[in-house]
Design a protein around this ligand. Structure first.
Ligand SMILES: *[C@@H]1O[C@H](CO)[C@@H](O)[C@H](O)[C@H]1NC(C)=O
Ligand SMILES: *[C@@H]1O[C@H](CO)[C@@H](O)[C@H](O)[C@H]1NC(C)=O
Length: 292
């Protein structure tokens, strides 16, 4: 067991060094230690002392580093609209619509680990954004599907709302429901404190046999370093399978106004999440890592 972890760590060393071109500002030390110990302690100790963007970047680096042990590195070139649509088609699902030129796309299984329920998650994102995927280890699956231009603080993050059962009519839920779902999402994996969270718009959409509430929101982040950062975003909230899921896309408020609003809206509008009636067995079998 120990030797297999060590050899996995050596593999991680090689992969990490190859992949450093697309992993945002990783500390290799953090990445490798996390791969070795398969624990979250590094992530939580760095969180207390750093600002949000650092935190997002380091958390992402940890996720990316851990997943490198078991998976192919995932530069943007590994993705693309055709590839995502092929995956959707293999499940009998419609292709992503309205993904503009200059965008890539992904269709990935979240929940390959036995600790989670599988979901097929798909969305488009700007071509130069970096993708991270959940990592698999002996305890199951950890982390999530996230894309971002991390150095600028622009991110789109998939989130499964904890302890939420299936919601038959998500479009009839009130603002309090979406507020609590989004606050859970933005405060995940962070010791930073937010304040003034506010939903500014809700728009119900029914598309591709699913219901999605598009929710505009804003909040102020109080970073561990004592800064206040205003952030704005757009999310898409749905209920697939036995739970509630969302993709939340956000950036610093000034960038949102100048540049990113259109991007974040495009990403959120393209988001699809599927579970009901899908047979995931082929994807789950190929994902199972050999730990012994
Ligand atoms: C937004 O645009 C204005 C005017 O072009 C510019 O002065 C400002 O620095 C920009 N802010 C950001 C965060 O890009
Ligand atoms: C799911 O697909 C596998 C093949 O990948 C097949 O063996 C299995 O019977 C299918 N399960 C159902 C419930 O259709």
């Amino acid at each position: 067991m120990l030797s297999s972890i060590l050899s996995a760590a050596c593999t991680a060393l090689v992969i990490v060094s190859q992949s450093s071109a697309f992993v945002p500002s990783p500390s290799n030390y953090v990445t490798i230690k996390s791969s070795l110990s398969l624990s979250k302690d590094v992530e939580s100790t760095t969180t207390t002392r750093r600002g949000f963007m650092d935190n997002a970047a380091s958390a992402t680096a940890v996720v990316a580093g851990a997943s490198s042990v078991w998976m192919e590195p995932s530069p943007a070139m590994a993705y693309g609209l055709n590839k995502a649509n092929d995956k959707l088609a293999s499940y009998g699902l419609p292709p992503l619509a309205n993904v503009p030129n200059g965008y890539s796309a992904l269709a990935e299984i979240y929940g390959k680990g036995a600790n989670r329920s599988p979901l097929l998650v798909a969305f488009g994102f700007p071509l130069d954004w970096v993708v991270t995927l959940p990592s698999q280890d002996v305890n199951g699956e950890d982390g999530t599907i996230q894309v971002g231009e991390y150095a600028k603080g622009d991110t789109a993050t998939f989130f499964v709302v904890p302890n939420a059962g299936k919601v038959e009519s998500i479009l009839e839920k009130d603002k309090a429901f979406f507020t609590s779902a989004l606050i859970a999402a933005i405060s995940q994996k962070s010791n930073n404190v937010y304040q003034d969270f506010k939903i500014t718009k809700m728009e119900p959409v029914t598309v591709d046999n699913g219901n999605y509430m598009l929710v505009d929101f804003k909040y102020t982040l109080l970073t561990g370093a004592g800064f206040e950062v205003e952030r704005k975003g757009v999310s898409s909230v749905t209920s697939a399978g036995g739970g509630v899921q969302l993709l939340w896309c956000a950036s610093i408020a000034a960038r949102y106004k100048n540049k990113t609003e259109g991007q974040l809206r495009t990403i959120a509008q393209s988001f699809r999440c599927y579970a009901d009636g899908l047979n995931f067995s082929a994807d789950l079998r190929s994902a199972a890592p050999d730990f012994v």
